[in-house]
Write a protein that binds this ligand. Structure first.
Ligand code: 0O2
Ligand code: 0O2
Length: 202
């Protein structure tokens, strides 16, 4: 398999989506006092992770592009939970890609404690051989959800997915604490916005 050639369109999609989403952030900053986007990151899934995921799920090489939906992945990180829904609504009105699937792990957290909103999109990318449809995953989460997910991801990597009971239960508690933090911050959101407006004026 010529991985470089297979992954090239995905690289293109990640770059395009980062530019578009970061552009939205700049636009919000110009036109309103609060941007629902804190920052945007993106990555093409490393080849090793693609192979491991395919093996784990019995996906044949020919089906990788249709079965693994997060080869291209971008992440939108927000300050408040409310911002996530602003982003979702905005993405739903765009016509430069099609939303294939939405997974709301905010209302329905995963067993691990993971929270985030995922959108699987079909994105048309222009290649020298014509247009190609590529699947991409947009993860939308708060700073608190991102903090938790990043740490949990590191621990899972360290323990190869077999977390000791003690660590697992601490992570569960941390997930609830992060959820509480988001809830509390939401309650004083207007006050925070006002403070940030004042600060910007100075
Ligand atoms: P901005 O819009 O000025 O913040 P690249 O295209 O190379 O810049 P890449 O390869 O995706 O992007 O880099 P990475 O490391 O994923 O980070 C992308 C952007 O997210 C960078 O901003 C980082 O500063 C920002 N970022 C990553 N983690 C955090 C975080 O924990 N907190 C904050 N506030 N920002 C973070 P840029 O590129 O300077 O763009
Ligand atoms: P990476 O690149 O290491 O992050 P499904 O078939 O829908 O049940 P699938 O296709 O894995 O499962 O999709 P899902 O569950 O929506 O998750 C895709 C991505 O969400 C993962 O990618 C993670 O980035 C993130 N994610 C999902 N669950 C968790 C979790 O419990 N903890 C953390 N930290 N992240 C999670 P990968 O494949 O793990 O790759």
């Amino acid at each position: 398999m010529n991985w470089e050639a297979v992954l090239a369109p995905y690289k293109q999609v990640v770059e395009e989506l980062k530019v578009k989403l970061r552009g939205m952030r700049s636009q919000y900053e110009l036109e309103s006092s609060h941007s629902p986007i804190e920052f945007v990151t993106g990555r093409v899934k490393p080849i090793q992770s693609i192979i491991e995921k395919a093996e784990l799920r019995n996906i044949s090489f020919d089906d990788i592009e249709s079965e693994i939906q997060d080869i291209a992945g971008v992440r939108v990180v927000c300050q408040f939970v409310e911002d996530i829904y602003t982003i979702i609504n905005m993405l739903q009105t765009r016509n430069d890609f099609t939303i294939i699937e939405e997974k709301d792990y905010i209302t329905n957290k995963k067993a691990s404690g993971y929270r985030s909103y995922h959108m699987i999109i079909e994105y048309p990318v222009a290649t020298i051989h014509g247009q190609k449809m590529v699947l991409a995953e947009i993860q939308i989460r708060t700073l608190a959800m991102n903090f938790w997910a990043t740490n949990e991801h590191s621990l899972n990597y360290k323990y190869e997915g077999r977390l000791p009971g003690e660590v697992r239960s601490r992570l569960e508690r941390a997930a609830e604490a992060a959820f509480k933090l988001d809830e509390e911050m939401s309650k004083i959101r207007n006050e925070i916005h006002e403070a940030q407006r004042l600060f910007r004026r100075k």
